[in-house]
Design a protein around this ligand. Sequence first.
Ligand SMILES: Nc1ncnc2c1ncn2[C@@H]1O[C@H](COP(=O)(O)OP(=O)(O)OP(=O)(O)O)[C@@H](O)[C@H]1O
Ligand SMILES: [Mg+2]
Length: 247
Amino acid sequence: MFPADRAITGVRGLDEMLGGGIPKGRVVLILGSPGSGKTILCAQFLYTGIVDCGENGVYVSFDEGKPQFYREMAKLGWDFAALERAGKFAFVDASPIRSLPGEVKIGGMTIGKRDFSLLSVIQAIRNHSASISAQRIVLDSMSQLTFQYPDPVERRTAVLDLIDALADLGATCLLTSELVAVGMRRKMQFEEYLVHGVIILQTMRVGKAYGRVIQVEKMRETAIDEQPRPYQITERGIEVYPRETVF
Ligand SMILES: Nc1ncnc2c1ncn2[C@@H]1O[C@H](COP(=O)(O)OP(=O)(O)OP(=O)(O)O)[C@@H](O)[C@H]1O
Ligand SMILES: [Mg+2]
């Protein structure tokens, strides 16, 4: 039995690496290369939360619309449309922020696009979470938001505001972001310092072959398995092999 203060992810091998799951109420970053399974991992976390734990969930999409998300997840056997009809799941489409005009007029006030998008995203998350009493929230992918802030100080402030707003809601939250690698070396990303936990998904060269590798970089309140472990994406979602070594 997993401890009550943990939100199981639904990926059994990952839950083992995390000593039972993600500490409830924490904000965790899923960093990954393109196609590494960030969206699938987040959907598995939400689906497990609703179906196995009775914890309702909100998915905030900055990339895809609802029909695409529902179709892709249905292929893995996860019927989010039914969960939405049952009032257990909400999809927030935040993808329009990518194409907002430079300034937005509200009442007599003009505010910049970036501040408007951040405020409106936070407000939409609050509303939807309250309407279904969500205990799990996913933002996928946060890169779409951070790309709007070329200035590092402003970017850091915006992400901190977002994390604070999420932490205030008390739900267990996953944020995804693009992994930035320079050649073989990975660059530490500023978000990693701001969140409570970081999980990295990437493809690594092992001997002559390439394989998918997952690593828990940090997790507050948790004695983690820091070793990179192999994982696969299958028709049932993500599978992690916590007893296999990579090197
Ligand atoms: N049924 C399946 N069997 C095996 N692999 C699958 C299956 N369905 C999807 N995949 C793999 O999952 C990957 C896509 O996963 P996902 O969309 O979660 O990645 P992502 O990290 O969110 O990507 P992006 O950076 O584009 O958002 C694809 O690269 C594909 O190889
Ligand atoms: Mg994705």
